[in-house]
Design a protein around this ligand. Structure first.
Ligand code: OGA
Ligand code: NI
Length: 358
């Protein structure tokens, strides 16, 4: 299963399910959690004995600075190869903007349900709006979270109907944040392409206009937090995703060496993870690894994830420069077909990377 619906025009219909924030607010300690949210598999999967690990730290200012660039680029390469996840510090996005976006996000989720429902998830299959993850059947187990998803780039694809007008600064902060992240993304692609031995223009072309969607995740607290999952295990169907924790409650776990490992992040750093598209482009040198979000007993958790996908017209296939004299580990598929299959297969637990593997 995967998230990362940058281009989501072909998602089909999702069944409507309860608002989790409202459900959580209605529970008291003596009420059992509704069966559809109880996930016995959380007990079966091995969890790393250590409480939390810190992800590799990549410093964007150093990456750009000629004095440190070579050394930092080498760190980036090993973080991509060994972890697929890293923290990005000195990313250049102004603190004032991040603080504004955080305040607006918290205020939005704190609004009454009727207000949030003005932006209700589209039933037309575009997956934009406020609601819950894709639901196809009445038996399907449900995630303990709500989200607001908006497509931010290319600008022509924005549907302002889903952009909250209140708090009054929210739209502008989303717009500014989206633009700032395109600058971060440009730098990252530049150094990733260098590390892969690919001309920068190749990645510039693939990620032209920075197709991007923002997903604001809201995880209510749950008195029996060990029984529920905030977001089910998945990999992102993106080039990469850039996550910002809106409040400093941890909850993200990544699957490393067969175990779930809880990760922490430095305040105001971004957590970057490589997605399925990058795994295929890099011929599997970089992986798109599974991750999930877990729930806190007492406190809500909020994150915003920016999905950075490729241009609609590309072929998803290993790059010739990376294959070199070796052999391709993946077949080839056009991106629109890729996303269509991604949505069709969404609930069958198989990733697109596995689909394309030869
Ligand atoms: C996602 C995701 C994790 C988190 O939205 O794709 O993996 O910690 N979120 O919110
Ligand atoms: Ni994800």
């Amino acid at each position: 299963m995967a998230t990362g619906e940058v281009h989501s025009q072909c998602a089909g219909d999702s069944l409507s399910v309860p608002n989790v924030q409202a459900l959580a607010a209605s529970l008291d300690v003596s009420t059992p959690i509704p069966e559809r949210y109880v996930r016995p598999e959380t007990k079966l999967d091995p969890i790393a004995p250590i409480n939390q690990i810190e992800l590799p730290v990549i410093d964007l200012a150093k990456l750009i600075d000629p004095t440190f660039s070579k050394e930092e680029a080498a760190k980036l390469h090993s973080a991509c190869e060994e972890w697929s996840f890293f923290q990005l510090v000195n990313h250049g996005v102004p603190d004032e903007l991040i603080e504004g976006l955080k305040a607006d996000t918290i205020e939005f989720f704190n609004k009454p349900l009727e207000e949030k429902m003005k932006y209700k998830l589209a039933s037309d299959g575009t997956l934009q709006g406020y609601g819950q993850a894709f639901v196809k059947s009445d038996e399907q187990k449900l995630d303990w979270s709500d989200f607001l998803y908006v497509m931010t780039r290319p600008i022509a694809l924005r549907n302002m109907k889903f952009w909250p007008t209140s708090p009054s600064t929210f739209r502008d902060n989303i717009d500014r944040y989206s633009l700032e992240l395109t600058k971060v993304a440009s730098f990252l692609w530049q150094y990733i392409s260098k590390n892969l031995g690919v001309a920068p223009e190749v990645f510039e072309q693939i990620f032209k206009d920075h197709p991007q969607g923002l997903r604001f995740n809201y995880y209510p607290p749950c008195p029996e937090s060990d029984k529920v999952i905030g977001i089910s295990p998945h990999s992102d169907a993106t080039g990469f995703s850039i996550l910002l924790q809106i409040n400093d409650i941890p909850g993200l776990q990544i699957r490393k060496g067969g175990e779930w490992v809880a990760v922490s992040a430095l305040p105001n750093s971004f957590i970057v993870n490589l997605g399925d598209i990058t795994e295929v482009l890099s011929n599997g040198l970089y992986k798109s690894i599974e991750h999930r979000a877990m729930i806190n007993t007492e406190k809500e958790r909020i994150s915003v994830v920016a999905f950075h996908g490729p241009d609609n017209s590309i072929m998803v296939e290993p790059l010739a420069e990376v294959i070199g004299n070796g052999k391709p580990n993946f077949g080839s598929m056009n991106y629109q077909e890729f996303m269509k299959m991604f949505f069709d297969r969404k609930l069958e637990g198989k990733s697109m990377v596995d689909m394309l593997r030869v």
